[in-house]
Every structure is written in C-alpha cells, then in structure tokens.
Design a protein around this ligand. Structure first.
Ligand SMILES: NC(=O)c1ccc[n+]([C@@H]2O[C@H](COP(=O)([O-])OP(=O)(O)OC[C@H]3O[C@@H](n4cnc5c(N)ncnc54)[C@H](OP(=O)(O)O)[C@@H]3O)[C@@H](O)[C@H]2O)c1
Length: 287
C-alpha cells in the first residue's frame, strides 16, 4: 500500500494524479484532517483515513500495513514536532520506506528569512536519515506556479512590483515535481537518496520581467519596493492579510538568495526535460 499525506494539497494532488495513472486506486491510501475533502478523495477510489500529523494515535491507526509513506511538509509553527510524530509513527508501525518532500533551501545561508521553518525542514531530513527507515528525500525548489501569484495576472500591463531585489531562485512546475515524486514512489533504486526537484538555471525577477518583455513585445518593468511599501500597496488593493504575508515572506527569501540552489534531478526523475521557466511564462501569460 502506498500512503499519501497532503493528498488534497497542491503538490499532493499532483502526486496523486500521477500515481492514479500508474497503479490501481485501491493500492493507494491517504490521510486528511478534513471530512469533506476526505470524501472527495474517496471518490477517486482511494482509501482515506481522517488524521493529523499532530495526533499520533490517528497516524498509528492509519499507517497499519503501509509499505510506502509520503510525508508532505507542514508549514505550521509546530512543523518539526508534527513531522517527528509522523516519522515516529511510521517507524513504530513498520512502514518500510518513507518519502519526504521539503525545501531545497541553500544550507549555507546563515540567516534564513523563513525562520524556524527552514530549521524544521533541515532537521526533519536529519531525523529521517537517523531513523533507520529506508528513505527518499525530495528537496523542492520554488513552484513556478507561485510567480503569477507574486506578479499578478495582468503583469504584461502592470509590470512587476515585488521586493525580491536582485535575488535569484530556482523555479520548477509543481505538477512536474508531483509527477517525478510519483515516478520514484512506484520504482526501485531510490533507497536512501536525496533528490533536488529544481529548475535550472535560476532567475531573478528582473530577468523574469525581461523574458516577459521579449515574449510579449511590450516593456514589462521590474521594480523592487521596500517591503513596508509593498505591504501597504497590497493592503490598498484589498489583498487579504495571509496572502500579503506569504508574498512578502517569499520575496524576502528570494532576495536573500535562499533558493538560489544549483543542480537538479528533475529531468532524470521525470524521464524528460522539465518545462523551463521561459516556456512556463509563455504558457501562463501569453497562451
Ligand atoms: N516550494 C514552494 O514554492 C512552496 C510554497 C509553499 C509551501 N511549500 C511547502 O511545501 C508543502 C506542500 O506544498 P503545497 O503547495 O502542496 O501546500 P498545501 O496545498 O498547503 O498542502 C499541504 C498539505 O499538507 C496537509 N497538512 C499540513 N499539515 C498537516 C497536518 N498537521 N496534518 C494533516 N495534514 C496536514 C494539508 O492539509 P490541510 O489542507 O488540512 O492544511 C495539505 O493537504 C507546504 O506544506 C509547505 O511546507 C512549498
């Protein structure tokens, strides 16, 4: 049995979609903490358990007989404790192989803008490696799909205003990361490996504006305001507080070059060339 956490989430649903093409639905199970989302997942023919990373008893119940477990990282303040709960439960109940998706952040960055979450991602990897479980770890770059969220759908008219300075980051399509993870989960040879699910080369937002200008024939400008002015601007547009925080946080991470990571295993795991950022921008903003 293959068991997924986060299967209703954005990455998890991409993984599930690909798995459903590769193996029978009745060999897949999932965890969800929301009853109505669980029902939607069940309509795909998979078995769903209600549970939470924070509730170890629910995990021990759900993971009985599971061979392969995917842990999608949490982004709560207690992420590390939650991840440890899942890993401990997996070990206790006899899961054979744990797959974990976390972040590809540059381990040399001293002062992460992501705060305790960076530490949670890195410490989780260490905890898994030291758990004695067979593991495969995916270090994910930033999703290309975050770009429209940061720059706005009318970017060709408005230009880009985003406080990421000259920082570069790696971007890859979430759907392709999901596809690659599913491919790995159903094949052998990935025991105790760590893979980078990133796109190469890395780009700054000034370069993204340049590409959009070339593709559209318009002058797409890039301006990096200070973060306080940026937040005030988004508030004025009526953007909700959680979205403002998300954008400001990611801009700070990119400016700090935390995701300016080199190298990628995505092509190898996909079995084809991933969509590069230029092609992604074209299909997203010029289709
Ligand atoms: N690479 C990037 O650009 C990027 C961007 C944002 C986040 N991330 C990280 O990557 C992870 C996956 O990304 P995503 O876009 O798929 O996020 P997402 O859509 O928020 O999905 C996360 C999934 O994990 C589940 N989950 C989280 N905590 C849980 C808990 N305590 N118990 C049970 N389920 C729990 C969520 O369930 P609920 O819906 O019930 O919360 C959701 O199904 C995020 O959680 C975050 O750590 C990466």
């Amino acid at each position: 049995m293959i068991f997924l956490t986060g299967a209703s989430g954005q990455l998890g649903s991409a993984i599930l979609e690909r798995l459903l093409e590769l193996v029978p639905a009745n060999t897949i199970a999932a965890l969800d903490r929301n009853e109505s989302r669980a029902k939607k997942l069940e309509q795909k023919g998979i078995h769903v358990f209600i549970g939470d990373y924070a509730d170890k008893a629910s995990l021990l119940h759900a993971l009985k007989g599971v061979e392969k477990l995917l842990l999608v990282s949490s982004n709560s303040e207690d992420a590390l404790t939650e991840h440890k709960n899942v890993i401990d439960a997996a070990k206790e109940i006899g899961v054979k192989h744990i797959y974990y998706t976390g972040g590809a952040s540059d381990r040399n960055v001293k002062q992460s803008q992501l705060g305790p979450l960076t530490d949670a991602y890195i410490t989780t990897e260490k905890y898994i490696v030291e758990s004695g479980l067979t593991y495969t770890i995916f270090q994910n770059g930033l999703y290309s799909e975050t770009i429209p969220f940061f720059v706005g759908e009318q970017v060709l008219e408005t230009g880009i205003s985003f406080p990421a300075g000259d920082g570069k980051a790696t971007f890859a399509k979430r759907s392709e990361m999901g596809e690659a993870i599913a491919n790995v989960m159903i094949s052998d040879g990935h025991e105790n490996k760590i893979y980078l699910l990133t796109g190469q080369p890395n780009y700054s937002f000034a370069e993204i504006a340049e590409i959009l200008s070339e593709l559209s024939g318009r002058n797409v400008t890039y301006h990096s305001p200070d973060s306080i002015a940026f937040e005030a601007q988004l508030k004025e547009y009526g953007i909700q507080e959680s979205d403002i925080q998300f954008s400001t946080l990611f801009a700070a991470i990119i400016k700090n070059e935390e995701y300016d990571v080199k190298g990628s295993d995505l092509e190898q795991l996909l079995g084809r060339e991933p969509t590069d950022l230029r092609a992604y921008l074209k299909e997203t903003f010029l289709a």
